[in-house]
Design a protein around this ligand. Structure first.
Ligand code: TRP
Length: 446
């Protein structure tokens, strides 16, 4: 059976970057930067991307392209008869569970596009109550979740080239265009420079050792690592794809989007907010409150507010959609290849499971939080750790080298190879364990 591949290099990079660029870039990165010492945090973050993120992404690419299989099949093919196959299965299960709450947030973006475009958002006097009202309407949240899940399913059912690749090739440029328009709008507001300064000025006071761990966790989540997204997408790369170069390109695009999102949110916030002290707290807090309460309230004070707010929430929905497509594809192609279901039937099964999980997440914020915690703090680090160990220790170095250099046709210094293997064997596992332990401790301290 011949397997699909991406038709072009641009499509391949767009799809992988689409997976990486998601809600994480917009609601987490700017806040983490502000609370972690501004430019200092960015510096540490770039270090994490370079020393851990890119090597780990390349290792997922290697597993995917060397096996040309879904995540579970990949480990089975490269390590037949061993327990490594459970790593792939864990990753797939993680993807399914992430969708169970991520889709609900995606649904909120639809509601805010709607409220912005119809002008309903601008009759609101209490924005916090407006958001709470949505949170307290499980049925409404679930319907929005259904719409977003079906939208995702539509692209996944259309297949690798016509669904995933084509949609990424269209949506990613639109995303960048929207980002640039909104950055220009934000930076040309009166008083925006205070936000720029707050975001970017190195702040040694806020700089604490935990910044390293925060930056690392954020970089892994943002690059979609630890959950077989990149393994699955790399299984559609062709023989000529340059794996290290692709990982570099995807990481640069992902980081660029995160920085641009900061250049929208912070300058706009400082220019428009009436109270600098509370806005600083909101910005550092980040998360849903920032996106769905603070920002709409700020947009409301701008001329043509409906336009800017609609554009912003469309941006958010597009970023989220290319990520949900990648999450759904991981589970879909697993069912398709391991159980011989058609793509259509596989998508149907995944959709039903996601909608059931989504119903519970819409109904109970505790359930939502449990799924979030279990995946982000436990399952992602564990799967990421084992993927790193798998490529560093288990896989034959010749195979790794052949994948890095496309059978010797690309140059990749032997010294680099040594460094690369060293990172996968020792540094990345230690870093991931640090995030893991810190994440669990953080939870207990409360
Ligand atoms: N990277 C995306 C974001 O920044 C989310 C995401 C998609 C993800 N696929 C993933 C995170 C796989 C971890 C693992 O929002």
């Amino acid at each position: 059976m011949s397997r699909a591949t991406f038709a072009s290099k641009i499509g391949m990079v767009a799809a992988a970057a689409g997976s990486a660029v998601g809600l994480g870039n917009i609601w987490h990165f700017p806040s983490e930067t502000a609370s972690g010492g501004g430019a200092l945090f960015i510096f540490v973050y770039l270090g994490c991307i370079l020393f851990f993120g890119i090597p780990l992404m390349v290792s997922e690419f290697i597993v995917g392209r060397a096996s040309n299989a879904n995540a579970a099949g990949a480990f089975q093919k490269l390590a037949p008869g061993t327990k490594w196959k459970y790593v792939g299965r864990l990753a797939i299960l993680t993807g399914l569970i992430i969708m169970g709450f991520y889709m609900v947030v995606c649904g909120w973006t639809l509601e805010f596009i709607f409220q912005s475009a119809t002008g309903g958002l601008f009759g609101v006097s209490d924005f916090s109550a407006n958001f709470t009202q949505l949170l307290q309407s499980p049925i409404k949240q679930w319907i929005l979740t259904v719409v977003f899940t079906l939208l995702t399913a539509f692209f996944v059912v259309s297949g690798v080239r016509k669904g995933i690749e084509l949609s990424a090739k269209i949506m990613m440029p639109i995303l960048f265009l929207l980002l640039i328009v909104l950055v220009i709008r934000a930076l040309t507001l009166n008083g925006s420079s205070a936000g720029l300064e707050f975001l970017l000025k190195p702040n040694f006071q806020n700089f604490k050792p935990s910044v390293f761990i925060d930056a690392m966790g954020q970089s892994f989540f943002s690059l979609s690592l630890g959950m077989a997204c990149m393994i699955t997408y790399a299984s559609y790369f062709d023989k000529t794809a340059n794996l290290p170069k692709t990982a570099l390109q995807v990481s640069v695009l992902d980081t660029l989007v995160a920085l641009l999102a900061g250049l929208i949110i912070f300058p706009a916030a400082f220019a428009l907010a009436s109270n600098q002290a509370t806005i600083t707290d909101d910005l550092i807090e980040g998360g849903p409150g920032l996106l769905f309460i603070t920002l709409p309230e700020l947009f409301n004070q701008m001329p043509l507010s409906a336009v800017w707010s609609t554009l912003f929430f469309i941006l958010l929905a597009i970023a989220a959609l290319t990520s949900t497509i990648s999450l759904m594809e991981v589970v879909t192609v697993y069912l398709h290849e391991e159980f011989n279901f058609s793509r259509r039937k596989s998508v149907l099964i995944v959709t039903i499971v996601v909608l059931v999980l989504g119903a519970f997440s819409s109904y109970s914020s505790d359930f939502f939080k449990v799924l979030d915690f279990a995946t982000a703090k436990i399952m992602l680090p564990v799967a990421g750790l084992f993927t790193s160990l798998f490529v560093g220790w288990y896989l034959d170095k010749k195979l790794v080298y052949a994948q890095l250099t496309n059978d010797g046709t690309l140059s990749f210094g032997v010294r680099f190879l040594k460094g690369y293997i060293f990172i996968l064997r020792y540094l990345a596992p230690i870093a991931i364990m640090a995030i893991f332990i810190y994440g669990l401790l953080g939870q207990c301290v409360i």
